[in-house]
Design a protein around this ligand. Structure first.
Ligand SMILES: Cc1cc2nc3c(=O)[nH]c(=O)nc-3n(C[C@H](O)[C@H](O)[C@H](O)COP(=O)(O)O)c2cc1C
Length: 161
């Protein structure tokens, strides 16, 4: 039995998520980043998280070779960053404020939270690579900050019940 690709994508889009910019430094130390929502916490002890990177992404090689990466969880006022890092561009960090975190992976100010990770493992996952990080540091943003959400192929805001 084969699953129709469009139905599969649509079904995946019905799982609401946050939005993350995964970052690392390339071998020359230049910042690399990509918008992802394939995040999961994996383990509490040790603290492990994962995300998946598409084989077609320009950033793939940099993440494959990196020893560290950071996962910046976006706040609801950071949609422009999500858009910027979801397009292939040689200069995604141009004019952008950031701090070099653990191993040089960029930490973005104003994020809800950032997980700074050492690469724990990499696994093949079909047309993606699965990158597992061991969390070396966490940075938590302002208390009142709200998340940028993604559902049904569109960005969303959190609504109170
Ligand atoms: C909300 C959202 C979630 C995304 N999640 C992923 C993801 O988990 N993994 C991935 O490889 N690409 C994901 N993408 C697509 C990449 O952001 C996009 O392909 C980007 O252009 C890759 O940049 P690069 O080619 O410079 O590496 C997502 C895009 C959006 C808008």
């Amino acid at each position: 039995m084969t699953v129709d690709a469009r139905s599969f994508r649509n079904a995946c889009g019905l799982f609401g998520t946050g939005v993350i910019i995964a970052t690392c430094a390339d071998p020359s130390g230049a910042p690399v980043g990509v918008t992802v929502n394939s995040f999961s916490s994996v383990s509490l002890d040790p603290p492990l998280v994962l995300f998946c990177i598409d084989h077609r992404a320009f950033s793939r090689t940099a993440f494959r070779d990196a020893k560290t990466f950071a996962l910046n969880v976006l706040a609801d006022d950071q949609q422009s960053l999500a858009d910027r890092f979801a397009r292939a561009s040689a200069d995604k960090f141009s004019g952008l404020d950031y701090v070099q975190g653990h191993g040089g992976a960029p930490v973005l100010p104003g994020a809800l939270a950032t997980f700074e990770c050492d690469v724990e493992a990499q696994y093949p996952g079909g047309d993606h690579d699965i990158l597992v990080g061991r969390v070396a540091a966490v940075d938590i943003g302002p208390d009142e900050a709200k998340p940028l959400l993604y559902f049904g192929g569109a960005y969303r805001a959190l609504a109170e019940r």
